[in-house]
Ligand binder design. Structure first.
Ligand code: ADP
Length: 494
């Protein structure tokens, strides 16, 4: 192997290295520069030889470079320096490296500098910092709360709007697990499940869409938010960025609008119901009146006492019908004004039931009213009102079972109560109406059959039963029949 010729090899190193090398005398005049130095600063060798080194250094770095050079020459330091050269066309070149001093018998002769061009690296760093600052400004001034968490759910970022919405300062929550802080207890498991699914499969059902959920406030109360989560992968780790808006006010406004709309509909509905009721009530009152008028006219023309008696009997039936109708109408307004007076007394229920049924039986020829069973018991009741209950339930049972011919009544003691049931084998009531039939003016629309009525009988019946500390309920099957039951407390006078 050939021995190394240092002169040749050092020259080769000097010429081929990408580092910038210069030799400068103690006064600052350039003695020599390598090709990388000339190429980087865009000069030819003759343009730089014997020129002052400071002509090639950016004014911003003059002071720093001078201090450093003085220190090196006086042997006080050889640390790295970072400064800026200026190219011939005026661009800056950031370099980092070292300057050393060569002495002859302890006298400084010249300095040598070796530098690396770090412009691209520094500019990238500066751009990054600029972007970071911009991002920070954006996050800090965002109109929504911005919360950034990592894969372990740890809060990385919590902007001023998040502080305002949740009342936690960023110092309190950054570095803490997000789940325990802003997710209500009942949603935590689902959130963790969704998160682990995303990390396993990359599928996130809630990502990149705006959803409405509830969040937890520092004070412990829950409030509605709109939430949009995006995910980004940085350095092999997922970050989740949530944009959050407090929508308590919008929600309240929305709810108020819906409430007003419902009220409007109710008013409209009430108006329609009222119109419908007036027309039905007029019809209901007019029918017996017309019959009554006809009988009175017949009476006027008829002079046979037997026929007259018969006609008077029929007429009195219609008078009674009118009386009941008007009584019911008055009752509805009395119930509304809480003005029904009750006169309670001890009642032998068995005797009372038999008499009431007998009086209803007088007016029907189509149905047989049967008492299947009746326990002996006494109740504390208003007899006239209780009669109204039996009357209403029986006339309904007759009216709504046009194809049947019997109604079964039974009354049994259960515990401290007497439960009476009226069973028919009529059209029955569909499930969806069962809760409503006790409401004022509610009538089931039986499209195929038309039944007369005002929709107030059961409303009054329920009110009376409840004023007796009892309950009224119904069991029914469409097409098979209906059983109305009411309970009354047994009186303990004995
Ligand atoms: P009305 O009979 O005058 O319409 P009610 O208040 O007595 O008013 O009854 C309310 C509704 O309940 C009736 O319109 C009817 O649809 C239903 N209903 C009541 N009793 C019966 C019954 N025994 N069988 C079937 N439907 C009934």
């Amino acid at each position: 192997m050939k021995s190394l010729n240092f002169d040749v090899h050092f020259k080769d190193l000097f010429d081929s290295t990408s580092d910038l090398i210069h030799f400068v005398d103690i006064e600052g005049k350039i003695l020599k520069t390598n090709p990388a130095w000339l190429k980087t600063l865009e000069y030819g060798i003759e343009e730089v030889l014997n020129q002052n080194i400071f002509s090639f250094i950016s004014p911003a770095s003059h002071q720093l470079f001078k201090t450093y050079r003085d220190l090196v020459i006086s042997k006080s330091g050889v640390a790295d320096i970072e400064f800026e050269f200026v190219t011939k066309s005026g661009s800056r070149v950031i370099v980092e490296g070292q300057v050393g001093c060569v002495y002859d018998q302890k006298e400084p002769v010249y300095t040598r500098g070796v530098f690396r061009n770090v412009t691209a690296k520094r500019e990238t760093e500066e751009t990054l910092i600029k972007h970071q600052r911009r991002l920070q400004t954006f996050i800090e001034n965002a109109p929504s709360a911005v919360v950034i968490i990592n894969e372990q759910q740890i809060i990385q970022e919590w902007n001023p709007k998040a502080e305002e919405i949740f009342d936690f300062s960023s110092r309190e929550v950054v570095g803490q697990p997000m789940v325990d802080i802003i997710i209500p207890q009942q949603f935590r498991a689902a959130h963790l499940q969704g998160m682990s699914r995303f990390l396993k499969t990359g599928e996130g059902q809630l990502l990149n869409k705006t959803i409405e959920v509830t969040a937890l406030h520092k004070s412990g109360h829950e409030f509605p938010i709109s939430l949009n989560i995006s995910s980004v992968k940085i350095d092999h780790e997922w970050l989740f960025i949530a944009f959050i808006t407090d929508i308590t006010k919008q929600k309240a406004l929305q709810e108020e609008i819906i409430r007003q709309q419902v009220l409007l509909l109710q008013v409209k509905n009430d108006e329609e119901k009222k119109d419908q009721f007036i027309s039905m009530a007029s019809h209901e009152l007019k029918t017996p009146l017309t019959s009554l008028k006809a009988f009175v006219q017949l009476l006027e023309r008829n002079n046979s006492p037997d026929r007259a008696l018969q006609l008077a009997g029929r007429a009195s039936g219609y008078v009674r019908k009118l009386e009941v109708l008007i009584g019911d109408l008055l009752d509805v307004s009395k119930i509304k004004a809480d003005k029904i007076n009750y006169h309670f007394q001890e009642v032998n229920f068995k005797k009372f039931l038999e008499e009431s049924i007998e009086s209803v039986q007088l007016f029907t020829v189509t149905h047989r009213l049967e008492i299947e069973h009746c326990d002996d018991a006494c109740c504390f009741a208003d007899v006239l009102r209780l009669e109204q209950v039996i009357h209403n339930l029986l006339t309904n049972a007759i009216k709504y079972s046009p194809g049947a011919n019997r109604i079964i009544v039974s009354s049994r003691v259960t515990g401290n109560e007497l439960v009476t049931s009226v069973q028919d084998f009529g059209i029955g009531i569909a499930k969806e109406h069962l809760d409503d039939i006790f409401s004022r003016f509610y009538r089931v629309d039986n499209a195929d059959m038309k039944f007369q009525g005002l929709g107030i009988g059961l409303f009054i019946t329920k009110e009376i039963v409840e004023r007796h500390s009892g309950n009224l309920w119904v069991v029914s099957e469409p097409g098979k029949g209906t059983v109305f039951n009411f309970s009354l407390p047994i009186s303990k006078s004995d």
